[in-house]
Design a protein around this ligand. Structure first.
Ligand SMILES: Nc1nc2c(c(=O)[nH]1)N[C@H]1C(S)=C(S)[C@@H](COP(=O)(O)O)O[C@H]1N2
Ligand SMILES: [Mo]
Length: 510
């Protein structure tokens, strides 16, 4: 038993602390910096956290963080707990390793150690780290060579510590010289095994990288779902309105038989509807950042408007908002089964800046037709020019087919060789069928690969690998929408209908 505890300790020490870690003791943290690697323990800790359902995860983090601050006066108790948990896992694995290896190499502690070293390297490189999401041979942790070397060194240290702790067979049984020679031979075998294993692992890793889709190889693509904190915000306000969700009501009135008012609670009790949707501001310039994609949840307008029994003369819906903003949409667009009133964004309560408590999500139209902080839907038989529309912006506001580079960036210098090129493309409810890239200022075009869109109303991520030759290059990108219509290449400013023209970047290859 004591030996197993020792073995667990050795495994933990070797991987967690001595080699690439320093997590438990804090001392060799400089090694982490020096080698530029994340520790296996970190990877396992993150994995442990990620296997939890998101709600449980959030709850756990909150409870732990709260308890940490309140009772221990520490921040990030949740992270510490995860690391301790991961350390525990490593500890147990170390003990199990020794127990298993001792069963079939009981005679000589050095043979046991040798088997352990290779076994532990194999287990970490090919099983544990891939399972922890850190890639084959832990390539996701840092520079593959540094990781492979660290793993090999860790395995050696681990095995050596275990060998020291194991009882030595009596000299009569084996003969001192023999066991020394045996130890030497075992040692050589282990080193050869680790070197060959590391080389094989690195080669496998490279082979696996080739088999990966371009999207895993291109750095600099945005996440497909934009986190709420990074989602662009546009409003006419200096200070966004503070809506009290308890006293506030949503009104549906105008040309209806039965006008009504609903609280947020009542809205949430209606059948829910959720889907991903990309917003782009009509004032987004070519190549601009006023675009983002999120999963929204709420209730279909249909559910609300039909409940009020629209009069047959109603043609339009005017949306009135708490900040004085207003905009109008054809009633048919509002009744579209894919139009809805959202109260959630990416699983969170709709953030204040995105329209708390409720905002509209309408297929195919620019952001301005997706009012936030809505207080009233008024059905009418008249046309109505909204806040931006009165200032000359389009009343139709149909999304123009767009595409842009997110990597490389304009003016970037990149090393010659294979360069990952990629970005996003969006065409409202028409969808994107193709993206083409030119590396010679628009003379010739190459098809990019598209990552399948999350939904009918979302952007797509696109990418391709460019064999970049030294020199200065002008890159352009263009998309085709769902029916194959090519993006408009004429350069036009955002006002009044949304910008057109191809995103063009200059890249220097050295
Ligand atoms: N009430 C209200 N809704 C509004 C606006 C506003 O100023 N007030 N701006 C619109 C514009 S121009 C855009 S682009 C989108 C932006 O939505 P987001 O901030 O959630 O990205 O909200 C639209 N809805
Ligand atoms: Mo906008």
């Amino acid at each position: 038993m004591a030996r197993l505890v020792w073995a667990g300790f050795a495994g933990w020490l070797a991987f967690g602390a001595l080699v690439v870690g320093g997590v438990p003791v804090g001392v060799p943290l400089w090694l982490r910096e020096l080698l530029g690697v994340r520790t296996p323990v970190e990877a396992i800790g993150e994995r442990l956290f990620r296997t939890l359902p998101p709600e449980t995860f959030a709850l756990l983090v909150n409870v732990l963080e709260d308890a940490g601050r309140r009772y221990l006066g520490v921040t990030h108790l949740a992270k510490t707990a995860a690391l301790l948990g991961a350390n525990g896992v490593v500890f147990v694995l170390g003990a199990v390793g020794v127990w298993a290896v001792r069963r079939w190499t009981p005679a000589n502690p050095w043979s046991t150690a040798a088997a352990l070293a290779v076994g532990s390297w194999l287990a970490w490189s090919l099983v544990l780290l891939p399972l922890a999401g850190a890639g084959l041979v832990g390539a996701g942790l840092g520079p593959p060579l540094a990781v492979a070397a660290s793993l090999a060194a860790g395995s050696l240290v681990y095995a050596a510590l275990v060998a020291v702790a194991l009882p030595r067979p009596s000299p009569q049984a084996t003969g001192g010289t023999l066991s020394r020679r045996q130890a030497l031979r075992d040692g050589v075998r282990v080193v050869v095994g680790l070197v060959v294993g590391s080389a094989l692992g690195l080669w496998l890793e490279r082979a696996a990288a080739w088999a990966q889709s371009v999207f895993e190889r291109i750095r600099g693509l945005p996440p497909e779902v934009t986190p709420n904190s990074e989602f662009y915000t546009v409003s006419k306000n200096f200070f966004d309105p503070e809506v009290d969700a308890r006293s506030g009501r949503l009104e549906v009135s105008g040309l209806v038989e039965r006008p009504f008012r609903l609280s947020l609670e009542e809205l949430k009790a209606l059948p829910g509807y959720s889907r991903p949707h990309t917003f782009e501001c009509i004032s987004n310039p070519v190549g601009g950042d006023l675009i983002g994609n999120a999963v929204w949840k709420g209730v279909r307008f249909r559910e609300l408007v039909e409940r009020a029994r629209p009069r047959s003369t109603a043609r339009k819906v005017v949306f009135w908002c708490a900040d004085g903003y207003h905009t109008a949409l054809p009633l048919a667009d509002v009744l579209d089964p894919e139009s809805f009133l959202a109260y959630e964004m990416n699983g969170e309560v709709l953030p204040k800046s995105h329209g708390f408590p409720v905002r509209a999500v309408i297929p195919g139209l620019f952001g301005m037709k997706n009012p936030k902080w809505i207080t009233k839907l008024e059905l009418t038989d008249k046309d109505h020019l909204g806040y931006w529309e009165q200032q000359g912006w389009s009343d139709e506001a149909v999304v123009k087919t767009m595409s842009k580079f997110t990597t490389p960036t304009d003016g970037a210098t990149v090393p010659a060789g294979t360069v990952g090129v990629g970005g996003v493309a969006y065409a409202g409810d028409r969808g994107v069928s193709a993206v083409e890239v030119s590396f010679d200022d628009g003379r010739t075009w190459r098809r990019a690969e598209l990552k399948p869109a999350m939904g009918k109303h979302t952007w797509v991520l696109w990418g391709l690998l460019w064999d970049a030759k030294p020199g200065r290059h002008v890159l352009k990108v263009r998309a085709r929408d769902g029916v194959g219509t090519l993006q408009d290449g004429r350069s036009r400013p955002p006002l009044p209908e949304g910008a057109t023209g191809y995103h063009t970047i200059r890249v220097t290859v050295r």
